[in-house]
Design a binder for this molecule. Structure first.
Ligand code: ADP
Ligand code: ZN
Length: 440
């Protein structure tokens, strides 16, 4: 349990704590509306449902959801930018996005209804972390296309808190503002929060000189050891928050004071666990891939969206009073995506930079680590045989060019190391090109 739960509260008990029976009836009604809406307005869903021989009227119970087709990241890329919008462009009031698999971002279009839904989801998470109109919240998630900054901003504003929209980066300035403006809450990635905590300690500042009492941290995997460490660095309560752009952003699920999983906002999304290999629906309690169907979004609803995040689900009532399903911590991914400093990185993106580039062979390895609470990414690439006798400055030039391209395609700064020909592993079968030393 967090050490101070005084202000932890259920923002909308009429939804968050409703009986499972009522909740499921509400889900069914909203699912039926959503399926009808996408069938009539999104050609991809109509084609896929027609191919499976399923009509909106066939969704008669919640378990009929398994009749519906899946959606995956490539669908968003293939229909970029607005091919999955289910309303005319004039009804879209916001577009947010995140890194895709090959440099093209994936975007989500929001109607005003969708912004309100998302705002509410984040507000629930913040309220559980104790946020009220008495609080000052420093938002240290990045603002922009990335959903973190604006998502928390909107949720906190809804609760009447004082928002400091710092955005990410500039640690010294963050700390100065924390001190001077007296934020009681801070929200960012858990690794950045740890870096803030460590820097605060290094500067000789005692947490008692700050007013921090809690924060919501997410956008990347973290462990309970990382939480313990963060809480002792800043002497406050750290809550986990989960989300993804495709489903709306942070707040899809959030942790409560009981620390026994993250409550899924089930009146807005239906969560399923499937076998990532076969696509079969799996029972609660078993580890599999998390799949979400949005049931209140109108701009760009998602039907059975495969998150590729591996975890479990439970629908047992929680001691906090909520009845909504809880997801366990993410224990891995069913694809090869890694998250580096909050940015989704696919090896295929790096590959797209390297393949076709003169001077290097199409063999590479990614080595991820965490140093001083910040992720590092090293990309090792093999030099081509014919360049071995090349001048050092030529190789250096090549290295800089690759570094730059990776930064522009992937969005993160990587340390590029050019290694001699034939020194990287070759793979028979599925290549394992990522070594993650972060132990998440
Ligand atoms: P976000 O803005 O939340 O980072 P993205 O769409 O860029 O959204 O990335 C979503 C992915 O980030 C999720 O599918 C998951 O892998 C990861 N993620 C987000 N929040 C968490 C969390 N609390 N714990 C573990 N992984 C998370
Ligand atoms: Zn709970």
């Amino acid at each position: 349990m967090p050490k101070d739960t005084k202000n932890c509260r259920i923002l909308e008990p009429e939804y968050e704590s409703m009986s499972r029976e009522k909740l499921e009836a509400l889900q069914l009604e909203r699912l039926q509306e959503t399926v009808k809406h996408v069938y009539e307005n999104v050609p991809m869903y109509k084609e896929r449902m027609d191919a499976l021989g399923v009509k909106p009227e066939d969704i008669k119970s919640l378990s009929d959801i398994t009749k519906l087709p899946y959606t995956d990241k490539p669908d968003l890329r293939d229909h970029f930018p607005d091919g999955l919008f289910a309303v005319p462009r004039k009804e879209i009031v916001r577009i947010q996005g995140s890194s895709g698999t090959t440099g093209k971002p994936i975007v989500s279009g929001y109607t005003q209804n969708d912004i309100d839904v998302w705002t509410n989801m984040v507000a629930r998470a913040l309220a559980e972390a104790g946020c009220t109109d008495e609080d000052t919240i420093q938002v240290t998630y990045g603002y922009g296309l990335f959903t973190g900054g604006l998502g928390v901003h909107q949720g906190a504003s809804k609760l009447g808190a004082t928002v400091i929209p710092m955005s990410s980066g500039n640690t010294q300035r963050q700390i100065m503002m924390l001190k001077e403006l007296g934020a009681t809450m801070v929200c960012c990635t858990p690794s950045y929060a740890t870096l803030l905590g460590e820097t605060i300690r290094e500067m000789g500042i005692d947490p008692s000189e700050l007013k921090l009492k809690s924060g919501c941290f997410g956008a990347e995997p973290w462990t309970s050891e990382m939480r313990d460490n963060l809480e002792s660095l800043l002497d406050f309560n750290a809550f986990d928050i989960y989300g993804l752009t495709e489903i709306g952003g942070p707040g899809v699920a959030f942790e409560c004071r009981e620390r026994c999983g993250l409550h899924v906002n089930e009146d807005h999304v239906i969560a399923e666990i499937i076998n990532p290999e076969t696509g079969e629906h799996m029972p609660d309690g078993e580890t599999g891939e998390l799949v979400f169907t949005t049931i209140t979004k109108t701009g760009q609803p998602m039907i059975r969206y495969r998150t590729h995040d591996l975890c479990t689900l439970t629908r047992e009532k929680c001691a906090c009073g909520r009845t909504t399903a809880r997801m366990g911590r993410i224990t891995g991914r069913s694809d090869d995506m890694i998250i580096v400093r909050g940015v989704n990185v696919f090896p295929s993106q790096i590959e797209s930079v390297i393949v076709g580039m003169e001077g290097v062979a199409p063999h590479y390895m990614l080595i991820v680590d965490r140093k001083n609470s910040s992720d590092t990414l090293e990309v090792q690439i093999e030099l081509k045989e014919e360049l071995v006798s090349d001048t050092v400055s030529h190789v250096e030039e090549l290295r800089n060019k690759i570094t730059e391209q990776i930064k522009s395609v992937v969005g993160v700064m990587a340390k590029v190391t050019i290694v001699p020909p034939k020194t990287l592993p070759r793979f028979e079968g599925k290549a394992r090109r990522v070594i993650d030393n972060r132990k998440l």
